[in-house]
Write a protein that binds this ligand. Sequence first.
Ligand code: GLN
Length: 550
Amino acid sequence: MVNYIIVTGGVISGLGKGITTASIGKILQIHGYKVTAMKIDPYINCDAGTLRPTEHGEVWVTEDGGEIDQDLGHYERFLDIDILKYHNITTGQVYGAVIEKERKGKYLGKTVQPIPHVTDEIKRRIRRPANEAKYDFVLVEIGGTVGDYENVLFLEAVRQMKHEGDHMIYVHVTYVPVLETVGEAKTKPTQHSVKLLREIGIQADFIVARTEKPLDNVRKEKISLFCNVHEEDVISDSNVENVYGVTLLFEEQELCKKILRKLHLRKDEHDLKAWKNFLTKIKKLDKKIKVGIVGKYFDIGDYKLSDSYISVIEAVKHAAWNNNVSPEIEWIDSKLFEKQPEKISNLDNVDGIIVPGGFGLSGIEGKIETIKYARENNIPYLGLCLGMQLAVVEYARNVCGLKNANSTEIDKDTPYAVIDFIPEQVKILRESRYGASMRLGSYPAILTKGTLIHELYGKNTVHERHRHRYEVSPEYIEKLEKQGLLFSGRSPDGVLMEFMELPDHPYFVATQAHPEFKSRPMKPSPMFDGLIKATKKKEKMSPRVISSVA
Ligand code: GLN
C-alpha cells in the first residue's frame, strides 16, 4: 500500500519546499523504502517550457522530454532516480483534460464542476505513479502558499484522498521570522497559515519551520499549542551551508522515525554512513577552484540569476566535490565584453569557463568572444547546448575564415549558417507546430573511440537530455573537421552532431545536450568532472594558439 506525503507551504514563497520534499524522500529512501515525488504547479501554463528563466528559474527537462519546474530537479538529484513528466501536474493540464472530456460528452450530461470533477481529475493524476509502479512513498509537493486562490482545489483534492482512505501525512512548511528590533522569533505567521490549512479541512501532521537559527523549545511549544501538532512534530529547519545537509537536520530530529510511526510502518534497517561521510567530506574541503559561468539571465538580481542556472551550478558542485575541491562560481555577464572588450582579460581570473544554454539574441557576441579567449588561452572550456553552437560559430569565423558565420537563430541572413534548422525540423516548423519544434528529452549519441569525450564517458553509447531547436548544419561538418574541430559524438544515424572537442586544446569540450540534468551529488556528469580535473591541472599549461585566421 502506497503512502502519500503531502508537502504544503505557508507564510511566504521560496521557503525551500522542494528541498524539504526531496530531503524527506531521501531519508525515507535511506531507510530502505521505494520513493518517488511529484510537483503540483498551480499556474495555468501546461508546462514550464514557455516560462521565462528570470521569472521562474530554470526549466528542468525530464528523460521523456517534459519541461518542468526546477523542483523536479531537486527530487532527481537527491533521490538519484529518473522522474517522468507526468509527475508534474499543473492547473492548465487538469482543466485542459476536464474541458476535453466535457466536450467529448464523457460526463454524461452532468453539470461539470470544480468539485467533484476537477478534484477527481487531480486525484487521478496524483494516484497515477502508484498505479503504474510499486512505491512505498509518493511525495507530493503543492506549489504556492496556503491562502492562494490558485491552489485551493489541489488542497481540496488531497483532503479528499485521506477521507477516501489513502494513507496520508501532511507536512506544512512555514516561516518563523526573527524581528531584528525585538530580537525574537515570531510564530504568529505560522499560526495563521495553519489556521488557513485547517479551514480547508487539513490538519498538518508536521510543521517544518524554516528559521535562520534552530528553533527553541519555547517557540516549539507555542506552535504545538496553537497549531494542534505534538511538540515533537514541530521540526526545526534552520539555515544550512549546503542543501544536501537538510537531510541530516531532519534525521537528527528523527523525522523519518516519526513519519513511519504515524503510518504504523516498521522502521527498517538503514545505513546513513555513506551519505553522512559524503556530507562531512564536502564540509571540510578548503582548496577552491573558480568556474566562470558566462550567461545572460542576469536581469532580476542575483537570486533569480542562480535559479536560472541551478542545474549547471549543482553539476559544478558535484564534480568539484568528486575532485576534493570546493567550487567557487563567478557570474560573468557576457554583455560586459560587448560594451568593454578590454574586460575579456578578466577571464584570466577563473580556472575554467562554462557557456551554458540560452535562447535569443542578447549577449551572443560577448559569449563568442569568451569562447575565443578560452580557446586561444588554453582555459578549460565546457559548452552546453548554446555553448556548443557558439563554439562552432567561433571556430568557423576565426579558424576556418568563414566571416560572419552564425546561427540562423541569431542572424537569419548569415552567409555561413553553421548552426541551422535541419530539414526535418524546418518541416515541423512549417507545419506550424511551434511548441513541438524543440528536440526535447533524452537522445542517444555514439561516441568516437579515441576521443576525449569517449574517454570521459568510458563507453560507446551515451544518453543525455536535450532542449533546443537548432543543430550543427551538416553542410559545414567536413570543413570544420578539416580545420581541426572534432565532432566526437553523433546521433546514431550520424546526422546530428552531439559532442565536439578541440584535440589541440587541454580541455575544450562541448555538447548539444544538457548533461547537467543527469549530474548527481555522488555521481558527477563526466564532462563537468573533466572540466574540474582540467582546472586542477591548469597551472601546468602553457598558452598555445591554434592556427587562427583572425
Ligand atoms: N537557442 C538554441 C537552440 O534553440 C540553444 C538552446 C539551448 O541552449 N538550450 O537551439
